[in-house]
Design a protein around this ligand. Structure first.
Ligand code: GDP
Ligand code: MG
Length: 162
């Protein structure tokens, strides 16, 4: 089976936009992957001549346990089912308490975890991304899912991890 990358993070950080950017098309083929529900959509992706499965964990909404707990639960699930996990944070907001809670869960992962600092639409935001090292997940990759900025560097890092 091809390797699986799960994309996790708070609502509205741009996970689905980044997934579409990686897929390079708006309409994507939904894969028949066991365990994938309405909230976790798997797509067939390609980069650098390799196939992988991209799981968009969109649809996370705060449940009765609150946003922090529900996102942390999704991160646990991603760690169990994926070969690598991509945490997306909003660089214009910085690391929130929820981001820190998810990072804490992901730091326990034995699988590779990558960190995307999204919404870096222009260079003035680059300096802010350095603060995201504090999440303890290594280098934050600045990207703009909306404009396609630097997503190639992130993808190269993802393929090296998968
Ligand atoms: P998700 O809930 O994490 O899947 O986030 P979405 O992909 O649905 O995006 C949430 C909002 O952020 C949308 O209005 C997007 O257009 C916007 N967005 C996503 N990526 C970027 C980006 O790189 N720059 C900016 N400025 N907005 C973005
Ligand atoms: Mg989404």
């Amino acid at each position: 089976a091809q390797p699986v990358l799960a994309v996790v993070g708070r609502p509205n950080v741009g996970k689905s936009t980044l997934v579409n950017r990686i897929l390079g098309r708006r309409e994507a083929v939904v894969q028949d992957v066991p365990g994938v529900t309405r909230d976790r959509v798997a797509y067939d992706a390609f980069w650098a001549g390799r196939r992988f499965t991209l799981v968009d964990t969109g649809g996370w909404e705060p449940d009765a346990t609150g946003l922090q707990a529900s996102v942390a639960t999704q991160a646990e699930m991603a760690m169990q089912t994926a070969d690598a996990v991509l945490l997306v944070v909003d660089a214009t907001v910085g690391a929130t308490a929820t981001d820190e809670a998810v990072a804490r869960v992901l730091r326990r992962s034995k699988k590779p975890v990558l960190l995307a600092a999204n919404k870096v639409d222009d260079d003035r935001l680059l300096a802010d991304t350095a603060s995201l090292w504090s999440l303890g997940l290594g280098e934050p990759y600045p990207v703009s899912a909306l404009h396609g900025r630097s997503s190639g560097d992130l993808l190269d890092a993802i393929m090296a991890a998968l």
